[in-house]
Write a protein that binds this ligand. Structure first.
Ligand code: SAM
Length: 273
């Protein structure tokens, strides 16, 4: 039997691994890992001891040929990346193509992926979305890409490093306007944080902070015109009717959402008295 298994592993929280993934990792002959030291920690946690070999961007072709030769000898192989689903902004697809050309069965062992986790909690439309992978690190290329996304009527998702987060948010604001975004940081981990709102507000919330960790950015498909806020007093009335809270609390919620001073909202709210 020879099968190439593409196995999803946790994006942070080591509990996020399926029973099937654990069984396959136990049963295969070889595990090809992006970083063997990283994967060894996961395997140790589940008491799996297995031959590991490295398979990463810079040895994809050569190691791919060796992995195919092992599959042809009848060995089962699992591919894992450092986090999430192999092949999603990670090495994988070249090996899969080689396997397909050699009539080797390829089986998906689904599980976590940062894009899907971020989309699942973003509160943005997910019926159709546009995944851009890692946004370019060079300013010119990044700005060109963002300009090409003007008018896209789908939720846009991309990966970004924490070092460039603020610069990229500023580029989004300059090029796409003050649109709604969601920044998903450290999903499934201890310091998980979701920051939502107009990009100008998110920038204010995050600036001055030492931002670390893994970041996924989502951009709302709605144009700035379409997301124009309802008049302040209308929003206060709506919330006042819906929530049994004092006006001060209502003002606090709305002020945080709009990124404006609380007293400004409370002053408007007093008109209801
Ligand atoms: N194959 C992976 C997947 O399926 O999610 C993605 C690999 S890509 C090399 C890694 C990038 O995914 C990170 O730089 C970050 O942008 C995003 N990412 C990974 N883990 C994340 C997490 N826990 N929270 C937010 N974003 C994450």
């Amino acid at each position: 039997m020879k099968t190439l298994y593409i196995v999803a592993t946790p994006i942070g929280n080591l509990e996020d691994i399926t029973l099937r993934a654990l069984r396959v990792l136990k049963e295969v002959d070889i595990i090809a890992a992006e970083d063997t030291r990283h994967t060894r920690k996961l395997l140790q946690r589940y008491g799996i001891s297995k031959q590991l070999t490295s398979y990463f961007e810079h040895n994809e072709l050569k190691k791919g040929e060796w992995l195919i030769s092992q599959l042809k000898l009848g060995k089962d192989i699992a591919v894992v990346s450092d986090a999430g689903t192999p092949g999603i902004s990670d090495p994988g697809y070249r090996l899969i193509n080689m396997a397909v050309e050699n009539y080797i069965q390829v089986v998906s062992i689904p599980g976590p992926s940062a894009i899907i986790s971020a989309l699942s909690i973003a509160g943005l439309p997910t019926d159709s979305f546009c995944f851009e992978g890692f946004i370019p690190s060079k300013a010119g290329e990044r700005q060109k890409l963002l300009a090409s996304l003007k008018g896209v009527k789908k939720t846009i998702v991309f990966y970004e490093s924490s070092r460039r987060l603020l610069t990229t948010l500023a580029d989004i604001n300059n090029i796409l306007g003050d649109i709604d975004v969601v920044v998903a940081r450290e999903l499934t981990k201890l310091h998980e944080e979701i920051v939502r709102g107009r990009v100008s507000k998110v920038l204010t919330d995050l600036s001055g902070r030492d931002i670390k960790g893994e970041i996924t950015i989502l951009i709302s498909p709605k144009s700035v015109e379409a997301t124009e806020e309802i008049p302040l007093l209308d929003e206060i009335i709506k919330l006042h009717k819906g929530l049994d809270l004092p006006l001060k609390e209502i003002a606090k919620i709305i002020a945080e959402k709009r990124g404006v001073p609380k007293r400004e909202v409370y002053k408007e709210a007093l008109k209801l008295k």
